[in-house]
Design a protein around this ligand. Structure first.
Ligand code: 13P
Length: 284
């Protein structure tokens, strides 16, 4: 199957009250692990990479790997640019074969966020590529993106409705209290705000910073209208911890196939748990 955009999968998730995982991958092993888990669970999948990962691996290599995965396994797979930080990068990704992009203008003044997002929507839609944008700020660290805790501007529901109408985006990432990275204290989500946004906005809603959010809160967020959850940190940590364990037991190991395989296996396990939690298993 060819790579798909996120339109159909997110609309179906919205209609049937489940969520799709937006899983951040970094290399061949992490991509293979995520795809294998989704295939085994028959789950539609969004593979995503940040600008940092694109700097590391190259959008052409990433798109080629995703295409191979998509041809190999008959589940819908979208390749998504996560936190796209410029119009130019969006263009490069679309050219390389990404089927979905996020343009993150959330740190810009409101009108500038609208203008940039609108420009991206115009070109992306002409290429059949779906667009996610963000309003409000998810605090914490995501690659080169650092949003200070005290910025913590949660999404304003009326502004969200206005933003969606003016930009024509396909999905909206909102800030209701999640953070990128692992949480230090108790996770508190503003469900009243989510409820209000879901009432006013007629497109799928996305929650970033889903690593470390307790299962009960994730379920509630999905029930109230979240259709995509982004997971990066939990995958990175499980990959790294499994590899550290190899070297702890065998410091002389030098075969990448041997020290990377346990990391791959661990990611597969974590992704399967998330798919179960999100309710998207069996939907592909
Ligand atoms: P976590 O690193 O908290 O999982 O967040 C991932 C994310 O939101 C990617 O955009």
């Amino acid at each position: 199957m060819l790579l798909v955009n996120t339109k159909k999968m997110l609309e179906d998730a919205r209609k049937n009250k489940y969520a799709i995982g937006g899983f951040n991958i970094h290399n061949l092993e992490t991509l293979k692990a995520v795809v294998k888990a989704a295939y085994d669970m028959r789950a539609p999948l969004i593979l995503q990479t940040t600008p940092g990962t694109i700097n590391h691996a190259g959008e052409d290599y990433i798109a080629a790997m995703a295409r191979v995965a998509s041809e190999k396994y008959d589940i819908p797979i979208a390749l998504h640019l996560d936190h796209g930080n410029s119009f130019e990068l969006v263009m490069r990704c679309i050219k390389a074969g990404y089927t979905s992009v996020m343009i993150d203008g959330s740190m810009l003044p409101y009108e500038e966020n609208i203008a940039l997002t609108k420009k991206v929507v115009e070109v992306a839609h002409a290429a059949g590529v779906t667009v996610e944008a963000e309003l409000g700020n998810v605090v914490g660290v995501e690659d080169d993106l650092y949003v200070k805790e005290d910025i913590n501007a949660l999404t304003d529901p009326k502004m969200a409705a206005d933003f969606v109408e003016k930009t024509g985006i396909d999905s909206l990432a909102i800030a209701i209290g999640t953070a990128h990275g692992m949480y230090k204290g108790e996770v508190k989500l503003d469900f009243e705000r989510l409820r209000e946004i879901a009432n006013l906005v007629d497109i799928p809603l996305v929650l970033h910073g889903a690593s470390g959010v307790p299962d009960e809160l994730v379920k509630k967020a999905i029930e109230l209208g979240i259709c995509k959850l982004n997971i990066a940190t939990e995958l990175k940590m499980s990959f790294a911890n499994a590899i550290k364990e190899v070297f702890k037991n065998n410091p002389a190991e030098s075969d990448p196939r041997k020290f990377l395989a346990p990391g791959e296996k661990k990611i597969e396990e974590v992704v399967k748990e998330k798919i179960k939690l999100f309710g998207c298993g069996g939907r592909a």
